[in-house]
Design a protein around this ligand. Structure first.
Ligand SMILES: Cc1cc2nc3c(=O)[nH]c(=O)nc-3n(C[C@H](O)[C@H](O)[C@H](O)COP(=O)(O)OP(=O)(O)OC[C@H]3O[C@@H](n4cnc5c(N)ncnc54)[C@H](O)[C@@H]3O)c2cc1C
Length: 380
């Protein structure tokens, strides 16, 4: 392992590896990425793989739209097939409040150039006849939304970055960060010390702990989220379907398995990722009502991961104003996989050229929490 590097990235999920890839593409390959466990062992490898551009906050729409351009070209650009499938996202509205919110969101999303529409109950039933939509009022549908395999995406970025000279050290934990005169001087790992002037905090559910190592109190908290995968069936479900009212999301993988999950408002912040019987019981009882073909399907595997939440459920992409050259891409609040290409690209540009060039991310700074902010509403 190198004992000196221009940049040390902490975290080998999709954010860290995307940032490493784009740093190398921008000419900075003197980079060491350290990962406490194996690549994509954190939230990335535990996520639903959904890629959606339908958000209530404009910044999320912009980052997701930019990311979709990269996901579309991923195989050409990065050299890895990632099971990318643009089957759309279908968001179901059941209440008048949801209808009003969807109308507002769709018009904002359209003003950003997104191809998204509202469908009536009849239109939705006709297009998706295998679902039980009773009680649904309208649906928002964006055909260019989709999903991909998060492991392949992470490995793709990692391998491409390595080919350009980035060093990746798995099973290597950041234990402390040495700071002198408000500058980072080194990251001390479980396998040795790396001298560096620039650190990227891409530690997902542990972003707050990494901040504390440098004396920064970052406003993120982690919450368990559970998910399971069923045995495969013939392909029937193109879109990833979400109901905020009934608290679920579901998609079918390219291999035919169904992946689904729900939020849990009773979760307390922490790092526990033990799956619970309650989740399994609630989900398996709830889902066949909406998707009758799931009635007798068997669950293959059930697991949990962390949502690293920020106060407004939008990511924090910033450079500390207290510690020189301490960057962070954290607090993704359950949608960091889909935003990673645009985030990695912008962060790498910031480090390489002094400012993000591809997309304006100034709204995602830590400063916003001092001046008032609006919360992203489209979160399961
Ligand atoms: C159940 C579930 C479903 C989800 N579904 C979706 C979805 O459909 N679409 C979507 O976009 N997002 C989804 N998400 C959110 C998504 O998984 C995350 O936002 C995203 O993966 C964050 O990536 P990351 O690289 O920032 O963090 P992570 O993938 O968590 O990577 C951080 C890495 O840092 C490492 N690390 C931590 N501490 C240290 C240390 N001290 N030293 C070295 N390494 C360290 C960890 O081991 C980890 O591998 C979901 C999340 C969950 C839990």
């Amino acid at each position: 392992m190198k004992n000196r590097a221009q940049v040390v990235i902490i975290g080998g999920g999709v954010t860290g590896t995307a940032t490493a890839y784009y740093l190398a593409k921008n000419g900075i390959s003197d980079v060491v990425l350290i990962e406490a466990d194996y690549l994509s062992s954190g939230s990335t490898g535990r996520c639903g793989g959904g890629i959606r551009q339908q958000w209530s906050e404009r910044m999320n729409v912009r980052l997701a739209m930019r990311s979709v351009q990269h996901f579309k070209n991923f195989e050409n650009e990065v050299g890895q097939e990632i099971e990318y499938f643009q089957g759309g996202y279908l968001l179901l509205a059941y209440t008048d409040d949801e209808v009003a919110l969807f109308e507002k969101n769709v018009s904002m999303q359209q003003s950003e150039g997104l191809d998204v529409d509202l469908y009536t109950f009849e239109e939705t039933s006709k297009k998706f006849p295998f679902m039980n939509l009773s009680g649904m009022k309208v649906a928002a549908y964006c055909p260019s939304d989709g999903h991909a395999n998060p492991h392949l995406t992470t490995f793709g970025y990692a391998r491409a970055a390595q080919k350009m000279g980035v060093e990746i050290q798995t099973h290597t934990r950041a234990e402390s960060i040495e700071v002198k005169n408000d500058r980072v001087v080194a990251v001390v790992t479980s396998r040795g010390r790396i001298e560096t002037g620039t650190v990227v905090n891409a530690a997902g559910g542990y972003s707050r702990e990494i901040g504390l190592m440098a004396g920064l109190d970052l406003p993120t908290e982690s919450y368990r989220h559970q998910i399971f995968v069923t045995e495969p069936l013939e392909h029937i479900l193109n879109p990833l379907v979400i109901s905020f009212e009934h608290n679920f999301y579901i998609r079918q993988t390219t291999a035919g398995n169904f992946i689904m999950g729900q939020g849990d408002k009773d979760e307390l912040p922490g790092h526990d990722i033990t799956p619970t019987w309650r989740f399994l019981k609630e989900m398996t009882a709830k889902m066949p009502r909406f998707f009758p073909f799931l009635k007798d399907i068997r669950v293959l595997r059930h697991w949990a991961g962390l949502y690293n939440m920020s106060p407004d459920a939008q990511p924090i992409i910033d450079k500390s104003d207290k510690i020189e050259d301490f960057y962070m891409a954290i607090g993704f609040s359950g949608h960091g996989f889909m935003l990673a290409p645009a985030v990695g690209e912008a962060l790498a540009e910031w480090i390489a050229w002094g400012e993000p060039k591809s997309v304006d991310i100034s709204n995602l700074s830590l400063q916003r929490f001092k001046h008032g902010f609006t919360r992203e509403k489209n979160v399961v």
